[in-house]
Design a protein around this ligand. Structure first.
Ligand code: NAD
Length: 480
């Protein structure tokens, strides 16, 4: 049994109340370990460690902070195989994906913010005619909370922690209770890299116990959260009256808009990826595909053919394209949505069923599913499914598809496939999303602002946006 412990003040601890949760392996459906369900007292201990580390860490030179972050990045790269295997076992994603995307990106997060902090600067304003100069300090906030989801476990966990500590804060962090393993392994890497004790503290447990204790803590001054929209709304309700700084990266229902003049082959290949990567469990997946009528029938045939070729298999196999969904509960939720779509008279073009993998019959496997809908108003097109399920439907005009693209409560990302420059500009300007990809998907430059509009959240991560979030601006005005 793999036993996970909290990482507090550089050491590993059992939870004070000795409460434990089971950790499941999605590929087999078996319990393979336990993790703490940490209480308020554990969170308080993590807070105390962070608070004690803050005076020194916030005054540690930029060069030294940068050096340690880059060292963490190098150690993650050196341990790529072990971390990728752990992520795949804990989450159900193909090991090939964990090796190519999750762990390299976690390492990049530390390297990127280790470098970015050396280039971060503040402004000065000369008050001409008033014999005064203003300069702005960008000071770390203090102790901050970072809470992350299960779909890209270490990738999203480190996307918050790296800028927080680069900017001089100390952190109380909680990974998802569904995928805690790589966050646990990160503790040893931080010690080896020489991160001072207490700068990063990792507490494990349920959102309603451990997470709640973090967001309610009156001295944890900022919360960076990635997860579901309902949880985000709950966190905002608790945190807003305490005037905490909040960054909320929430759900999505992203359109993938395909015009007839696009580069068809690239579009087809990338649309398969943007639909089903990570079993469709990426907040940026394009789950609503809209295709211009003149190429709709061709697309439908080619797309379904390619989707049928995807291999559902054990995540540890090199030729697996689609691994296991993250939990039994989540698998059932996705199956429920497929049933709802059928009831709403949609047509299942392929997939829709559980898959039995020999020897792993209790694993959470599902066929990649393509559903043809005749209206965008149905539940399968309006609600986030977050699984290997996409819908397709034709459109006639640019106005019509723009209206449908925006006709959801979410606004995270959008993809547009076209070679018409003017249309690209018009659509990109009018689409309600924080991120628009044209003729590509998931091309990430870590300097760019990342986040959503509407029910997809508030605030932006990435680049200097993240460093601004994790600092307080203080203006100093000097008269001479
Ligand atoms: P979730 O909201 O259930 O959980 C996310 C995290 O919040 C977990 O660590 C959980 O324990 C914690 N949590 C739950 N209740 C809490 C509470 N009361 N107080 C404090 N913390 C609490 O989300 P999930 O199911 O883990 O993740 C899937 C969701 O995340 C999807 O909606 C997906 O779109 C979204 N997501 C968004 C982005 C983005 O960048 N916008 C990225 C990835 C995932």
């Amino acid at each position: 049994m793999d036993k996970i412990q909290n990482y507090i003040n550089g050491n590993f601890h059992d939870p004070i109340q000795n409460e434990w949760l089971d950790n499941y392996c999605p590929a087999s459906g078996e319990v393979y370990g336990q993790l703490p369900n940490s209480s308020k007292e554990d969170v308080e201990n993590a807070y105390i460690a962070a608070k004690s580390a803050f005076p020194t860490w916030s005054q540690t030179t930029i060069e030294e902070r940068s050096r340690i972050l880059i060292k963490i990045s190098e150690l993650l790269e050196a341990n790529l195989q072990g971390f990728a295997a752990a992520e795949s076992k804990d989450n159900g994603k193909p090991i090939s994906l964990a090796k190519a995307v999750d762990i390299p990106r976690a390492a990049s997060n530390f390297r990127f913010f280790g470098n970015a902090i050396t280039q971060f600067s503040s402004e000065s304003h000369e008050s001409v005619g008033q014999d005064a100069i203003n300069y702005t300090l960008r000071q770390p906030i203090g102790v901050v909370g970072c809470i992350s989801p299960w779909n890209l476990p270490l990738y999203l966990f480190t996307w918050k922690i790296a800028p927080a500590i680069a900017a001089g804060n100390c952190v109380v962090a909680k990974p998802s209770e569904i995928t805690p393993m790589t966050a646990y392994l990160l503790g040893d890497i931080c010690n080896e890299a020489g991160l001072p004790k207490g700068v990063l503290n990792i507490v494990h447990g349920l959102g309603t116990t451990t997470g709640q204790a973090i967001i309610e803590h009156s001295d944890i001054k900022a919360i960076s959260f990635t997860g579901g929209t309902a949880t985000g709304a709950h966190i905002a309700k608790i945190a807003a009256p305490m005037f905490k700084k909040l960054s909320l990266e929430l759900g999505g229902k992203n359109p993938n808009i395909i015009f007839a003049d696009c580069d068809y082959d690239a579009m087809l290949e990338i649309s398969v990826r943007s639909s089903f990567s990570n079993q469709g469990q990426i907040c940026l997946c394009g789950s609503r595909i809209f295709v211009e009528l003149s190429i709709y029938e061709k697309f439908k045939k080619d797309f379904v053919e390619k989707v049928k070729d995807l291999k559902v298999g054990h995540p540890s196999k090199a030729d697996t394209n689609i691994g296991a969904l993250v939990s039994k509960q989540h698998l059932n939720k996705v199956l429920d949505y497929i049933a709802i779509a059928k009831k709403e008279s949609a047509t299942i073009l392929c997939g829709g069923h559980k898959v039995n993998i020999k020897g792993f019959e209790n694993g959470y496997y599902l066929e990649p599913t393509v559903i043809e809908v005749s209206t965008d108003e149905c539940r399968i097109n309006q609600e986030e499914v977050f699984g290997p399920v996409v819908t397709i439907m034709p459109f006639n005009t640019e106005d019509e598809v723009l209206q449908m693209a925006n006709n959801v409560k979410y606004g995270l990302s959008a993809t547009i496939w076209t070679n018409d420059l003017k249309r690209t500009m018009r659509m990109s300007n009018q689409i309600q999303a924080g991120i628009v990809w044209v003729n590509t998907w998931m091309l990430r430059d870590l300097r760019t602002p990342f986040g959503g509009v509407k029910a997809s959240g508030i605030g932006r991560e990435g680049g200097f946006e993240a460093l601004r979030f994790f600092t307080e601006a203080k203006n100093v005005c000097i008269k001479y």
